[in-house]
Design a protein around this ligand. Structure first.
Ligand SMILES: Cc1cc2nc3c(=O)[nH]c(=O)nc-3n(C[C@H](O)[C@H](O)[C@H](O)COP(=O)(O)O)c2cc1C
Length: 344
């Protein structure tokens, strides 16, 4: 149903500036949902459902962080069939992000380079937006970041603020340590910084659990540019902690897969098809290093149902998409649901 319509829309959208096209799409999606033009997802029947992090997911596909940075499009994306939606990254205070242009399409490569820099309305506005959602019945994740001007020594305070704010409303939170567009952020993936940050954050979760009488899983989102040694060291730390999942991966700073492209020199993170092999390799590595009880959510270069199936076969518990949605449109969601029903 989507293929023809999206081909038409894509032609128009790709003639616009990439960021403008993003806003037009989200606005259109929200209006279509409000007008009842989108069919509600068929969550009934539990065949596709799966329990991960102790939560029941209606299917295995989620919207990756960064698509809905404000929390205003949850119902719209929910109506496309996503079983989970990760909003954010949200920082405690609002911030504008980097100067445009900051989003670039590499069309033939089915890729994107972005250096958005956590443009977001801040946690209070995000909370208000999330309270307005009406129809989404899937799992809601909130992806937490730190403000660009918070030094790394105090980063944990930003994550604690996010955890406290969203504890009552998010089904899970994701701690984003892997965006390449916030200076120094990825340094928090070094073993010592990582262990110190999660000691504090997990202690805070213990207090919040007692206060609210509810357990909220915490996932960590990692970069695809960690070496196998760094991955093994981090996995050893995670295996000792009550952390609930690893989301692998964020965008890459590696340009070897798009060498020679006129836009390859743009600073930022690369996503889409050129990230696929690396993201799959990361999934396999994380899966082999982590205890079996810690699920891996795979994201990066998933552009078809077959890609998603391969991730599940390689040990992913769930998958997420971002760039695939730009190139394939909403039909990608139903394709993945259909093709992953019987997997695992
Ligand atoms: C424009 C853009 C903005 C993004 N913003 C965020 C973000 O705010 N937080 C985050 O954790 N990941 C963010 N991501 C990364 C995606 O969530 C995802 O991990 C990455 O793009 C790889 O998946 P893909 O190849 O399906 O796009 C962003 C990606 C893009 C393309």
């Amino acid at each position: 149903m989507w293929e023809g319509a999206y081909k038409l829309a894509r032609g128009l959208l790709f003639r616009m500036d990439a960021e403008q096209a993003h806003h037009v799409t989200l606005d259109g999606l929200c209006w279509a949902e409000r007008l009842g033009l989108l069919r509600a997802p068929a969550y009934e029947g539990d065949e596709g459902g799966v329990t991960v992090m102790g939560l029941r997911f209606p299917n295995r596909i989620g919207l990756a962080a960064g698509m809905d940075k404000t929390g205003e499009a949850v119902d719209g994306f929910g109506a496309l069939g996503f079983g989970h939606i990760e909003v954010g990254t949200v920082t405690p205070r609002p911030q504008p992000g980097n100067e445009p242009p900051r989003l670039f399409r590499l069309i033939r490569e089915e890729a994107v380079i972005n250096r958005m820099g956590f443009n977001n309305p801040g946690l209070e506005a995000m909370l208000r937006h999330l309270e307005r959602r009406r129809t989404f019945r899937g799992v809601l994740g909130v992806n937490l970041g730190k403000n660009f001007d918070t030094p790394n020594e105090r980063a944990v305070e930003d994550y604690v603020a996010g955890l406290r704010a969203f504890y009552p409303v998010a089904d899970y939170v994701a701690v984003n340590l892997s965006s390449p567009n916030t200076k120094g952020l990825r340094d928090l993936q070094s073993v010592n910084a990582f262990a110190a940050l999660f000691d504090r954050l997990l202690e805070e979760r213990r207090l919040l659990q007692a206060e609210h009488g509810i357990y909220r899983p915490i996932a960590v989102k990692v970069a695809p540019d960690l070496s196998p040694e760094q991955t093994a060291d981090l996995a050893a730390v995670i295996n000792r902690l009550p952390l609930d999942a690893v989301i692998a991966t964020n965008t890459t700073i590696d340009r070897s897969a798009v060498q020679g492209h006129p836009l390859a020199g743009e600073a930022g993170g690369l996503s889409g098809r050129p990230l696929a092999a690396k993201s799959l390799e990361c999934l396999r590595l994380w899966r082999s290093e982590l205890s079996a009880s810690i699920p891996v959510i795979s994201v990066g270069g998933i552009l078809s149902g077959a890609d998603a199936r391969e991730r599940l076969r390689s040990g992913a518990a769930l998958v997420q998409v971002y760039t695939g949605l730009i190139y394939r449109g909403p039909g990608l969601v139903s394709e993945i649901i259909r093709e992953t029903m019987e997997t695992r």
